[in-house]
Design a protein around this ligand. Structure first.
Ligand code: SF4
Length: 288
């Protein structure tokens, strides 16, 4: 039986087939992406759930910025006017919430609570000057969850869409990202399948109405920026569905097989909160 809590440090990997009862009861884009990047980290994050070494400030920051934007659009839906102070109130409330009390926050170099606050202020100012702050048309959903099967041999797949609005005869789906640098078209193309999956999962409610997909990217650069970047249509909707379903099926089969090997790399491990428990690091969490 695989332990589901309180793994000792450097716990060896489970090698037997994973009981269905401990696998997530639905799949999401972020779960599948994490399993593809490092199956061991997926195992820690979604199955064993041991205490984390730390919480990366970038994750807390991203959640707090999302909370600010969510409060902005909720107020708009209710016909209220909201300013940068209210956005920062939502930011602070989210920042102060401790999902895992007692776990230290790990800041990047030259960062602390106050520098991140200033960055958030600058990002919200850039957002408030963008056309998305006053979208033409009607906001119809904020942080909406959709669950739908991709195939009969897979659990349902869940999408959480940050913002949905109707304008100019189309329904627009927006996913907000916080990023260190501005996105270019190559980055949009690399990330596009996430929103294409969301388009598939929301099709029960969007029906025949054309759907347009966008990433709303808030950049943490010296001069914060906000860019609303459209995702170009795929060459073929059928191929996109087949490709995404095939990826989800392969990844789910690896989960069922208990194939949770570590995939160490600077990109994966530098901010990994499970390094002290990871067999690849044998308890040496100080270098990468
Ligand atoms: S430390 Fe690296 S290899 Fe180990 S679980 Fe984390 S990301 Fe994966």
């Amino acid at each position: 039986m695989i332990a589901t809590q309180g793994l000792p440090r450097t716990e060896s990997l489970p090698v037997e087939e994973t009981p269905a009862s401990i696998l997530p009861d639905h799949l999401s884009w972020s779960q599948v992406s994490l399993m593809r990047a490092c199956p061991q980290k997926f195992y820690f994050s979604y199955i064993a759930r041991p205490p984390k070494d730390f919480i990366a400030s970038s994750l807390k920051f991203g959640s707090a910025v999302h909370a600010g934007l969510e409060s902005y659009f909720r107020a708009r839906m209710e016909g209220l006017k909201i300013d940068d102070i209210t956005l920062m109130d939502a930011y602070h409330t989210s920042w102060e919430y401790e999902e895992e009390p007692g776990t230290p926050i790990r800041f990047n170099k030259l960062e602390d609570v106050s520098t991140l606050e200033n960055t958030a202020r600058g990002m919200f100012a850039a957002f408030l000057q963008s056309p998305l702050a006053n979208p033409q048309g009607e906001v119809i959903g904020i942080e909406e969850s959709f669950c739908s099967p991709l195939a009969s041999d897979l659990p349902e797949v869940m999408a959480r869409v940050d913002l949905i609005y109707a304008a100019a005869g189309a329904i627009h789906l927006v996913d907000f990202k916080t990023s260190r640098s501005r996105w270019n078209q190559a980055k949009v193309a690399e990330a596009a399948d996430q929103l294409r999956l969301y388009e598939i999962l929301t099709s029960q409610v969007t029906g025949d109405t054309p759907v347009q997909l966008h990433f709303g990217v808030l950049t943490k650069a010296k001069t914060p920026a906000f860019d609303l970047l459209p995702v170009p249509p795929a060459d073929s909707d059928v191929t996109v569905l087949e490709q995404i379903t095939s990826t989800f099926r392969q990844v789910y089969q690896a989960m069922q097989a208990g194939n949770f090997y570590p995939a160490p790399s600077p990109q994966n491990c530098t901010t990994c909160p499970f390094k002290s428990r990871c067999p690849a690091w044998a308890g040496n969490s100080t270098s990468c």
